[in-house]
Design a protein around this ligand. Structure first.
Ligand SMILES: [Zn+2]
Length: 161
């Protein structure tokens, strides 16, 4: 499945979209795969909004949500985990990913050019970039018409052979 997040420049109106995909995975030496945590970022090399690895931001956020769902299943942050079993499975998956990434040496990479020169995009509706542009998040959804990127990455975020 592919998802898009759309942004627009608040001055020029130029629009950007980042596409994440469940078919971008890490692969270990044994051939086991794990879904790559992804989020939109500004890539300095690409000069635009891209889909990027997001393990430094999404993993801690996911852990907080799982722990909250286990402690307080009625909280609104627990919506992703309808049952305790869902939350426990998600925690196991997260721990596998954390173990897999524990020897990671490089920073998160752009999933288009694999550069690590990224500017993180805050999870806010409007935000500024270091280049002075101000962007607004204007949409999010299922990208059913998009041809999904499909590849496997090493633990350091480069394409696996
Ligand atoms: Zn890039």
């Amino acid at each position: 499945m592919a998802w898009f997040t759309e942004y627009s420049d608040m001055i020029t109106g130029e629009s950007f979209a980042a596409y994440s995909s469940t078919s971008i995975e890490y692969v270990d030496d044994m051939g086991n795969t794990l879904e790559v945590p992804q989020h939109a970022a500004w890539c300095i090399k690409c000069g635009t909004i891209v889909n990027a690895e997001a393990f430094t931001t999404l993993l801690p956020m996911r852990r907080r949500m799982i722990e909250l769902a286990l402690v307080d299943p009625e909280s609104k942050e627990a919506w992703m985990f309808p049952t305790r079993e869902n939350a426990l499975e998600a925690r196991q998956e997260l721990e596998r990913l954390e173990t897999f990434l524990s020897n990671r040496h490089s920073r998160p990479r752009c999933l288009e050019c694999f550069s690590d020169e990224l500017v993180e995009i805050p999870d806010e509706d409007e935000f500024g970039l270091p280049n002075g542009r101000r962007l607004k998040r204007c949409g999010f959804g299922h990208a059913s018409m998009k041809i999904e990127p499909c590849f496997k990455l090493t633990p350091d975020g480069t394409i696996a052979k």
